[in-house]
Design a protein around this ligand. Structure first.
Ligand code: DAH
Length: 359
């Protein structure tokens, strides 16, 4: 049983509908027409209550509803007329809006440039897992379990069951894991690989990020010696930094190479001298030190002659073959390029387009 309705209740509902219509001022005529006068529109919904009124009230209710309907119709057709009078002009000769175009990220650009430089002298770009077994990352590289040399690589371990022979799973701390993997892939020399990938270490400051990139070179063949290594590094320096650039190697220690070196490139600002030309300090009469490098050189990474144990781990006979290897940071190598002078490599991984759009 529906409750009976009075005329004053109907009047209240009519009032509410008028208010809603006034609030819908911004809607186009078509939408208003559907919402208020359509088959299931608000007017018809309201008119349906007529059945709930006392029969004596119905004529009055009919009058009120007719008045409301006439009002709505008039307002909507007025709106329609207004819309028809508004002529919109489209100027087809206005030039279009140029859509924003992006470009490759500077590190991606650096990776392709490095790849091309090495491909020109016969290297093949490869990629190996960035999450790899301990065996490839450390053990096969002549770093047995618990060897203190491992401490240098602040390693992230993956919480997963270890492999029965290859040990725990780690996020690769360097691209050197590609060395024994490449020996396994090819089976036999000659090997000329350039492995570029992401590397991970527990570190974070202006010159270190937890995720960064390295490129790893490996050459194994008969009669490979240090001159081949130095020649390759010099070639890269000239191609990447320009004809003036020089490289130098300093004795160092890595478990996977013997002998081992650290590799430096000459500073493009002071040309390897450590001092800025023509800038003499007025007070002391001394020459200004180059603030970019302090010594004339920038260290970029390591290199050396592949350790016989590493060749053996990759199934290659160290009595027959020798090889050299190097591993450098992409961000570091790139940030030393002329004119870049990036003192905070974290900028490269920010999302500030004002910075990235410069490249
Ligand atoms: N893997 C070393 C590092 O990340 C760098 C390195 C040194 C790579 C000597 C090499 C090498 O291939 O021969 O610090």
């Amino acid at each position: 049983m529906t409750k009976a309705m009075t005329i004053s209740e109907l009047e209240l509902q009519i009032k509410a509908l008028r208010q809603e219509f006034a609030a819908d001022d911004g809607l186009p005529a078509g939408e208003l027409s559907v919402k208020y006068l359509g088959k299931n529109g608000l007017f018809n919904q309201l008119a349906a209550v007529i059945g709930q009124l006392e029969s004596t009230d119905r004529p009055e209710a009919g009058r009120l509803l007719n008045q409301l309907k006439a009002e709505l119709e008039a307002a909507i057709s007025k709106r329609l007329q207004e819309e028809e009078q508004q002529t919109e002009w489209v100027d087809l000769t206005i030039p279009g809006i140029r859509p924003p175009t992006g470009h490759l990220h500077p590190i991606t650009q650096a990776i392709s440039e490095i790849t091309r430089i090495f491909e020109r002298i016969g290297f093949t770009r490869v990629r190996y897992p960035e999450v790899d077994w301990d065996w490839y990352v450390f053990e096969a590289l002549n770093m047995p379990q618990n060897h203190p040399a491992r401490d240098e690589w602040e390693t992230f371990f993956v919480d997963t069951p270890p492999h029965p022979e290859r040990g725990r799973m780690v996020l690769t701390t360097h691209t050197s894991n590609g060395q024994v993997r490449e020996m396994e892939r090819l089976g036999q020399p000659p090997i000329r690989m350039i492995n570029i990938g992401r590397t991970y270490r527990r570190q974070q400051d202006a010159t270190h990020t937890q995720v960064f990139h390295q490129f790893e070179g490996l050459v194994v063949d008969k009669g490979i010696n240090i001159q081949h290594l130095k020649g390759t590094i010099d070639y890269f320096a000239r191609e990447f930094y320009g004809p003036e650039a020089k490289s130098r190697i300093r004795p160092f220690h890595f478990k996977f190479t013997e002998p081992s070196f650290e590799v430096d490139f000459s500073c493009h600002i002071c040309h390897g001298t450590g001092y800025l030309e023509g800038q003499v300090d007025a007070e002391t009469g001394g020459t200004h030190k180059c603030r970019f490098c302090k010594s004339g050189w920038h260290e970029v990474g390591g290199a050396g002659m592949v350790h016989p144990n590493v060749l053996k781990a990759g199934g290659i006979d160290p009595d027959e073959y020798t090889g050299f290897a190097f591993g450098w940071g992409v961000e570091r190598t790139y940030s030393l390029k002329e004119g870049l002078n990036l003192d905070d490599i974290r900028l490269l991984y920010g999302t500030d387009l004002r910075f990235l759009e410069q490249f």
